[in-house]
Design a protein around this ligand. Structure first.
Ligand SMILES: [Zn+2]
Length: 244
């Protein structure tokens, strides 16, 4: 379910990914976008997806399976440099804008799948986001996923180890949601690749927390012409730059 005004969202076909979710209006960094609603099932009971991902792993005991025919954040495609992220809230997973999102941009999220077991045959998990840091797959490394799991456990609090609902039940909207989620260093954060970078006259690199704040507020990559490079984003806590 989206928590933005309905007329802000446009679902349309894309070249590579089937459907994509686009926004018609600019969105401020941190804005809560939606709640991942669906049926609560045991992860072992999820059927093969044939390359479509409409289930969200909540814990070792629970996944949420969304109905692809309904409009909701389950339609948001993967990118290795997403503009949205997941955040645990009262037993639900909500999506929020990692940074300012420009009108017309596609909403994206990291699916952060766990890598397959050594003997598991996988045919459909290729990423085609096309960004310069594309991993080529929908997987995160086990170390990165472990770090995110710890974060989710901490932020999920008492809700984390409970089922979000009994098996077979449909999650419904909560009574209230936060309007914004603050920035946390656990999230990778990149400025848009399609909009011009923001210009800065600094001769020394600002702190990582300042870089994050600048990317989140502007939605842009950060160009430092006096140092002859631009900061594209932050990946696993590392500053990613390009010469420009
Ligand atoms: Zn990618």
């Amino acid at each position: 379910m989206f928590l933005l005004p309905k007329n802000w969202i446009l679902v349309r076909d894309t070249k590579l990914t089937g459907k994509g979710v686009f926004v018609k209006h600019e969105i401020t960094g941190g804005t809560v976008i939606g709640d991942y609603l669906g049926t609560v099932v045991h992860p072992d009971d999820i059927e093969d997806t044939d390359g479509d991902f409409y289930d969200l792993t909540w814990s070792e005991k629970a996944s949420v399976v969304a109905d692809p025919e309904t409009l909701g954040v389950h339609l948001v495609n993967h990118s290795c440099t997403p503009n949205c992220a997941m955040f645990p809230f009262r037993g639900h997973i909500i999506y929020f804008a990692l940074r300012r999102i420009f009108a017309g941009e596609e909403l994206t999220i990291s699916y952060a799948l766990n890598p397959p077991e050594a003997d598991e045959l996988v045919l459909f998990d290729t990423c085609r986001c096309g960004t310069p840091v594309c991993r080529g797959t929908l997987y995160n490394s086990p170390a990165v996923n472990a770090r995110y799991y710890q974060f989710e456990e901490k932020m999920g609090g008492n809700y984390f180890h409970r089922l979000p609902g009994s098996y077979g039940t449909q999650l419904t909207l909560l009574d209230e949601y936060p309007e914004f989620v603050r920035d946390y260093p656990v999230y990778d954060l990149f400025g848009s690749w399609k909009h011009r970078a923001a210009l800065f006259g600094d001769r020394t690199l600002p702190s990582v927390s300042t870089l994050r704040m600048l990317i989140r507020e502007s939605g842009r990559q950060l160009s430092f012409p006096k140092m002859n490079f631009a900061v594209c984003g932050i990946l696993n806590g590392l500053v990613v730059t390009t010469t420009k």
